[in-house]
Ligand binder design. Structure first.
Ligand SMILES: Nc1ncnc2c1ncn2[C@@H]1O[C@H](COP(=O)(O)OP(=O)(O)OP(=O)(O)O)[C@@H](O)[C@H]1O
Ligand SMILES: [Mg+2]
Length: 287
């Protein structure tokens, strides 16, 4: 792991400015980063938020590029990425760490959040609203200007490394209404909204990710957008870009478009036979 790109050696300011970060990105790290095609100002906002170490909340439907965006930004900023997929059994200890028995000893072992806080890097809490409430208690002093992590079990109080950045994501609408972030938590974050990209962008993503030709990508994206428009009432979640990419991959590898779309998109989205048939009819209009 190289040195974080934003660090200015011996500089007067502790944090690099957004323009400095952008300049460093231009210098090269970007070429090795996972492919991410910006859909709006998210790269710019992320850089500016990182320059001020403001925590970031990403929200948007499934398969629209949130995780890819974080991997891309971590790589371009040359920051280690510690990802935690949150679920309803996830506790503060899963994030912070716990005592483990090793041989005849009990040894403290840092969790992913603590590792990022100590060593710097992005701690990305995916689907953060799924985590149990006690986890947000840990996040509060870390997500405001104190930037402190308190480990109750050891009595340790760690001031976050200067390259530590907290990023969380969630999928509004998908979770139960009760599972929302508390306002006091939310108001600590810069919020970036993700959505299905415009056709032009989505076509480019599908071509790049699946390797199919432009004409097929255009048809797939048009179909995907049509499904999003028309299935609001019948489908719980419309198809994200991920599903279009999967269908593209199968077509690229020789499956017929109808079979590729049926297996990658339609059967994935619904168990209802009638809905499935209606969607297959829609496919026939495009392929
Ligand atoms: N803007 C984009 N640039 C590049 N790839 C993209 C973009 N948007 C979507 N993708 C593609 O879609 C796939 C799914 O994106 P990703 O895993 O980031 O979704 P997500 O928003 O994190 O979804 P979830 O909420 O289910 O975790 C990626 O693997 C990538 O192929
Ligand atoms: Mg994700």
């Amino acid at each position: 792991m190289g040195k974080a790109l934003n660090v200015e050696e011996g500089g007067a300011t502790e944090f690099a400015t957004p323009s400095k970060i952008a300049e460093n990105i231009q210098k090269g790290a970007a070429s090795a980063a996972p492919f991410y095609l910006p859909v709006g100002s998210e790269v710019e906002v992320f850089q500016a938020a990182f320059a001020r170490r403001l925590p970031i909340l990403l929200k948007g439907p499934t398969g629209c590029g949130k995780t890819r965006f974080v991997s891309h930004m971590a790589a371009t900023l040359n920051l280690p990425l510690h990802t935690v997929s949150c679920h309803d059994d996830l506790t503060g200890s899963d994030l912070v760490g716990r005592y483990l028995i090793k041989g005849s000893e009990t040894v403290w072992t840092d969790g992913p959040l603590t590792r990022a806080v100590r060593d710097g890097g992005i701690c990305y809490l995916d689907e953060v609203v799924e985590a149990r409430k006690d986890t947000t208690v840990v996040l509060h002093p870390l997500a405001d200007d104190r930037r402190i992590l308190t480990i109750e079990k050891t009595g340790e109080e760690i001031v976050a490394h200067k390259d530590f950045l907290l990023v969380v994501s969630y999928n509004p609408g998908y979770q139960h209404v009760l599972k929302d972030l508390k306002t006091s938590t939310r108001q600590r974050f810069i919020s970036l909204e993700f959505d299905y990209p415009e056709a032009k962008t989505e076509i480019e993503v599908v071509i790049k990710e699946s390797g199919i030709d432009k004409a097929t990508a255009e048809r797939l994206v048009a179909l995907g957008q049509k499904m999003r428009e028309t299935t609001e009432a019948t489908l719980e979640t419309p198809p994200g870009t991920r599903l279009l990419v999967h269908a593209g991959m199968l077509i690229k590898d020789g499956l017929s478009p109808a079979l590729a779309i049926e297996t990658a998109i339609i059967s994935t989205l619904t168990d209802d036979q009638e809905v499935k048939e209606a969607l297959m009819d829609m496919v026939a209009a495009y392929f």
